[in-house]
Design a protein around this ligand. Structure first.
Ligand SMILES: [Zn+2]
Ligand SMILES: [Zn+2]
Length: 197
């Protein structure tokens, strides 16, 4: 969790003023009684209302509560803000804990591209083989997945370039063929006029 806290602080520092103001706004809307602290009750109420039910999970609240005093201050809520904005709100599909550091995901599900079936699990569940998933699943950690995604994205853009080149080639060839047809038509017309004379 410590690395997420550091990333969140760096992220917040670089936010435009409007977004910082928005983060403050979120905090005060969570803080129902206005005492500057977010209790678990206020936290779950706010997040369930927003349909972010996965985030309302007490395991995330406990992870956010750095000093374990049972409530969140603004700095701790910034971490929540960062987690939602960066799409890091991931929970182990097996034991349901919030994934703070390195985790593993099924590469087949990850690259399936339907956007719903990603399957990620914590190191403990993966190492202890405490999960059930489809046969032949190949698991990769999140760093490997990121570099693979980059490779695939680069490959895809190269293929796209290749198909553009192919298309322009085809257009040029079609234009050539058209020129030939026109030329032949001209010759034919000339021949026909000559015969008429
Ligand atoms: Zn787990
Ligand atoms: Zn899978």
């Amino acid at each position: 969790m410590e690395s997420i806290r550091r990333a969140a602080a760096a992220y917040y520092e670089n936010l435009p003023v409007a977004n910082k103001r928005y983060a403050r706004y979120i905090f005060s809307s969570m803080d129902k009684n206005g005492d500057g602290k977010i209790k678990l009750k206020e936290y779950s109420e706010y997040l369930s209302k927003d349909n972010k039910t996965a985030l309302a999970h007490p395991s995330l609240f406990r992870a956010l509560d750095k000093n374990n005093n049972g409530s969140l201050d603004f700095e701790e809520v910034i971490v929540l803000y960062y987690i939602t904005q960066s799409g890091r709100a991931l929970f182990c599909k097996s034991c349901d804990t919030f994934l703070t550091d390195v985790y593993f995901s099924c590469s087949q599900c990850f690259f399936k591209g339907d956007g719903v079936s990603t399957y990620e699990i914590c190191c403990d569940c993966y190492g202890g083989k405490k999960f059930k998933h489809h046969d032949g699943a190949i698991f990769c950690d999140n760093y490997t997945m990121l570099s693979r995604s980059r490779r695939l994205a680069l490959q895809a853009s190269k293929e796209e370039q290749r198909s553009v080149v192919k298309e322009t080639d085809m257009i040029a060839k079609a234009a050539d063929a058209m020129k030939e047809t026109l030329q032949a038509y001209k010759e034919n017309t000339k021949e026909w006029l000559r015969k008429l004379k």
